[in-house]
Design a protein around this ligand. Structure first.
Ligand code: ZN
Length: 458
């Protein structure tokens, strides 16, 4: 009915349009005040016929003459008056008017985005869920306007910088950490944030593709297609890949030689730490934590690079983690036991054995049921004194009738390969020791395993 009136706004191409629909919203266009009022009345009469009514308070009429909006009395309708609007108005969340409001729309989107980002960062969500919330709750605010208003690379870069500032303020990104890493997949060692550039580009391309595919069915979409916005992106991603950076990527390159990257980054993929812990671990791996070595050699804010505890060697992450004699006495064994206990608990789960109530509670010496027997710290007990690097856990799987010796090592990343070798080389002598205990055939008879160790003569 609207199209039959022949009223409407005409494009240069000759295409005429007088209405846009979205769900139960309608937007009418015409060339003259008289024409638009006819269109409004026509819509109102038709709505009444199909049992719908205008929400008059939500309706508005804007009359433009040579780029100036006109003051009018509004339009009297049977159930009220449609007010006039002078400035602009919001339709589906985007500001419309006769003048260019892009700057304002962009500013509003960025403000809303930052406020949502702040909300997410203050939340108690774990690291993975925080990132997911940013991607699905904060980013869409900007994505929504893409393709309708212009997003320049400059505006996006500014927003990215503001994003990282907020992340740093909330302890979610170490100030010296690599920033490109934020946008890598978590299973690949990144933080899983979606890139704003990518999102805007996707949205623009999506709208454009939709307009292209629908252009034949709606002439207006054809007009849109020729006017559609696109953003030109420079592709310098490869240059900015954190994995190839000399310092930030060193840990990853080291690990990829000796270990399994997929398993190495399982903690990021599972994402159940807090964002702060995430960013701290990553900063440590990237070797950007302000150690005394870094403060002396790079920042020049200190003269003595030596570690406060031992005054023996420069304070580097590696030294703290695995090279300090002062920590070797208590701290390293403590870390080692933490790891052993985690493994012990999961072994208990696997065989349906009772496990300690809390992770800080020590395991029992012998834990047994019909399926298996698990001996904790068995080797050091039979030798009556603690030997370094001996198996921490012995598992006797009763079905397979085989003992499994588990030795936990918490090596520096650089030593994983040589530690693996050491463990393998040690195994034959352990086998001999176990045979000496009276076990000839790797059997699982209880008298050979721990509980009756005095009978074995050990
Ligand atoms: Zn030291």
């Amino acid at each position: 009915m609207l199209e039959e009136t022949q009223y409407g706004y005409q494009f240069k191409s000759g295409t005429k349009i007088n209405h846009l629909f979205y769900m139960d919203d309608i937007k009418l266009y015409a060339n003259k005040e008289k024409d638009i009022d006819s269109l409004i009345h026509l819509s109102q009469v038709h709505s009444k016929n199909i049992g719908m009514t205008f929400s008059i308070e939500k309706c508005a009429r804007l009359i433009l003459k040579k780029d100036h909006s006109m003051l009018t009395d509004g339009l009297r309708m049977p159930n009220g008056t449609i007010k006039y609007i002078e400035e602009g108005y919001k339709n589906l969340g985007i500001l419309h008017s006769n003048i260019n409001h892009e700057v304002e729309v962009r500013h509003k989107a960025i403000t809303e985005y930052k406020s949502r980002l702040g909300q997410v960062l203050q939340s108690q969500l774990n690291a993975k869920n925080q990132v997911m919330a940013i991607n699905t709750y904060a980013l869409p605010v900007i994505r929504y306007s893409a393709g309708i208003i212009k997003w320049t690379e400059e505006a996006i870069n500014e927003t990215n910088i503001a994003t990282r500032k907020l992340l740093t303020m909330h302890g979610a990104l170490h100030p010296k950490s690599d920033t490109t890493r934020l946008y890598f997949d978590r299973k690949d060692g990144g933080r899983g944030l979606k890139s704003l550039q990518q999102r805007v580009k996707e949205e623009e391309q999506g709208i454009k593709a939709h307009a292209a595919s629908m252009a034949t069915s709606g002439k207006c979409l054809g007009e849109f297609q020729s006017a559609a916005l696109t953003m030109d992106l420079r592709h310098d991603d490869e240059k900015n890949d954190w994995r190839t950076k000399p310092v930030h990527g060193a840990y990853r390159r080291q690990i990829s030689k000796v270990g399994d990257l997929h398993q190495t980054y399982m903690w990021l993929k599972n994402g159940n730490l807090t964002t702060n812990t995430d960013s701290l671990i990553i900063a440590a791996q990237e070797q950007v934590l302000p150690t005394r070595q870094l403060q002396t050699k790079v920042y020049h804010t200190r003269d003595d690079p030596r570690f406060r505890l031992c005054r023996d060697a420069p304070q580097t992450i590696q030294h703290i983690i695995s090279g300090c004699k002062q920590l070797a006495g208590n701290d390293y064994p403590e870390w080692h036991n933490h790891v052993a206990r985690v493994l012990y608990r999961s072994l208990c789960n696997e065989y349906g054995l009772n496990k300690p109530q809390h992770s800080f509670e020590g395991p029992v010496e012998v834990n047994e049921n019909d399926l298996a027997k698990i001996l904790w710290d068995f080797y050091s007990r039979i030798h009556k004194h603690v030997l370094a690097n001996q198996p921490d856990i012995v598992v006797v799987d009763k079905e397979n009738k085989r003992p499994i010796l588990i030795d936990i090592e918490v090596p520096n990343d650089y030593n994983i390969a040589s530690k693996k070798r050491q463990v393998r080389e040690r195994s034959p002598s352990l086998r001999r020791d176990l045979k000496m205990l009276g076990c000839k055939n790797n059997c699982s008879h209880s008298r050979h395993w721990g509980t009756e160790r005095n009978n074995t003569g050990a």
